[in-house]
Design a protein around this ligand. Structure first.
Ligand code: ADP
Ligand code: ADP
Ligand code: MG
Length: 450
């Protein structure tokens, strides 16, 4: 089915590695898993056609070790590398190294990753594509005087954001001018330590918002959207539950939002799968661009469920040089999908990670249920990586059915040996706020305070 790509190395772990391996199998492409010493018995390693250990457990020596991964890819003679999400997925220098070694990086070009991965630059590009952005600084802010000048224009509270931030980290709310200088200095040094880049910028901090994002697929000529995802259910700016379509948008708003995302992608000649993220202001009912993720996202399955389109397979086919078979008019949104990110964490104890051994695992099943997880009974969750153990995704003819089905599946699932967030998810999706569809990004913390 593919022309150039006959083998793919998956430079990731856990559920996303498994997701990519499954796509490779269906495309009749050889999959090569990489693993750290901590992951040698993992399910992706078992299911891939081949597997190679690339280093010790800590990610900087394994999943983030660009040299080791490129050497392994060359040794195996793979045609392409899929980076998944996190790790090297948005590292332009890694994409460049792949290009230099004539390995296809399954994602956009290094040039586009560096442009869009730099949030300051991305904001400028959004402006130039007439995609609304949140009032704030024109570019990077270094001096407290400049920050104060902006604060006087847009007012408090404001948000200082690291240009290289991600995963909900590298942001700080500033409530008044008294702390502005200190906050600015602190967040700049934090950004330097966390991301190796101290650049920060300022946005107005919006208080009554939803997070809504648009899934795109572009072959470089034809760019289509697969509708939006609503990721308003967040804790500390990190997504917990995602759904598609958004319960908050009218058909006209959806059309405007999705078209603006396509406009932005076209502006940079985007080629691959990607997501444009926005906040939707519940007060003025307008949407504002926040960032673009130039990779596949954790919550991509909800869009797959309502469109029937396999985003990973399309992403690989685009990297293979193929054109999208699907035109915008062929994309039909049907029904409703919800995803719960299941973490090995203790919701009773500040969501503290709980690595350990899964003594017993009983996955949920039945009509409309999809479990994307690398769990098996006896699996030992290593303490080195993020605590996500899987994603439970459901589909229903409408939102209400999806909530009922998700509740049923959550209660069916059993994970023994470690604490998980499953019962918390059940509570969340059955709360009055969630069920009404009318909530904002602060709703999870108010639920937790109850
Ligand atoms: P999504 O938008 O796909 O939901 P997340 O923000 O949840 O993405 O990030 C996906 C994964 O990548 C998480 O494991 C997160 O910790 C990690 N991640 C994302 N961006 C960064 C970054 N800039 N630095 C480190 N980790 C990141
Ligand atoms: P990351 O790269 O970490 O994903 P984002 O820019 O996508 O960072 O923002 C993550 C979340 O932080 C958003 O989903 C939203 O809830 C919140 N957020 C971001 N910008 C603002 C803002 N200007 N005002 C209020 N909340 C914001
Ligand atoms: Mg984001």
């Amino acid at each position: 089915m593919l022309k150039k790509i006959k083998s793919v190395m998956i430079a990731n772990r856990g559920e996303i590695a498994l997701r990519v391996i499954r796509a490779c199998k269906e495309l009749d492409v050889k999959s090569v898993a990489i693993y750290s010493e901590a992951d040698k018995d993992s399910l992706p390693v078992q299911l891939a056609d081949a597997a190679v250990c690339i280093g010790p457990a800590p990610a900087q020596f394994s999943y983030q070790n660009q040299e080791a991964i490129i050497s392994a890819a060359l040794a195996f003679g793979v045609d392409a590398i899929h980076p998944g999400y996190g790790f090297l997925s948005e590292k332009a220098d890694f994409a460049k190294k792949c290009e230099e070694n004539e390995i296809v990086f399954i994602g956009p070009s290094a040039d586009i990753i560096s442009k869009m991965g730099d949030k300051i630059e991305a904001r400028k590009i959004a402006d130039s594509a007439s995609v609304p952005t949140i009032p704030g600084s024109d570019g990077a802010v270094r001096e407290p005087e400049k920050a104060l000048e902006i604060a006087q224009k847009i007012g408090f509270p404001l948000l200082i954001k690291a240009s290289a931030g991600g995963g909900g980290r590298g942001m700080r709310v500033v409530n008044s001018r008294e702390t502005l200088e200190q906050d600015l200095n602190e967040i700049m040094s934090e950004a330097e330590v966390a991301f190796g880049d101290s650049s920060v910028y300022i946005e107005k901090y919006l208080i009554d918002i939803r997070h809504i994002e648009v899934q795109l697929l572009s072959d470089g000529i034809n760019c289509i959207h697969l509708g939006e995802r609503d990721c308003t259910a967040q804790r500390r700016n990190q997504k917990l539950v995602e759904e598609a379509p958004s319960p908050a948008l009218s058909a006209d708003q959806r059309e405007d939002l999705c078209k603006s995302a396509v406009r932005l992608a076209e502006k940079v000649n985007y080629k691959s799968a990607g997501t444009v993220e926005y906040v939707f202001d519940n007060i003025d009912k307008k949407f504002y661009f926040i960032e673009m993720n130039t990779r596949v996202q954790v919550e991509h399955p909800v869009s797959e469920m309502i469109t029937g389109i396999d985003i990973i397979k399309e992403q690989i086919k685009i990297a293979d040089g193929q054109q999208l078979k699907c035109k915008q008019k062929d994309v039909v949104l049907y029904g409703h999908s919800i995803e719960c990110r299941l973490n090995a964490e203790d919701p009773q104890n500040g969501f503290m990670p709980c690595p350990g051994t899964i003594n017993y695992y009983r996955p949920p099943g039945g009509f409309g249920i999809r479990m994307d997880s690398h769990l098996v009974s006896g699996y030992k969750i290593p303490p080195y990586y993020d605590s996500m153990i899987g994603k439970l995704i459901c589909w229903g003819t409408d939102r209400n059915e999806a909530i009922i089905r998700m509740t049923r599946a959550l209660s069916e699932m059993k994970v023994e040996g470690v604490k998980t967030t499953a019962s918390f998810h059940s509570e969340l999706i059955n709360s009055e706020s969630f069920k009404s569809g009318d909530f904002n990004t602060a709703f999870v913390s108010s639920l937790l305070e109850k």
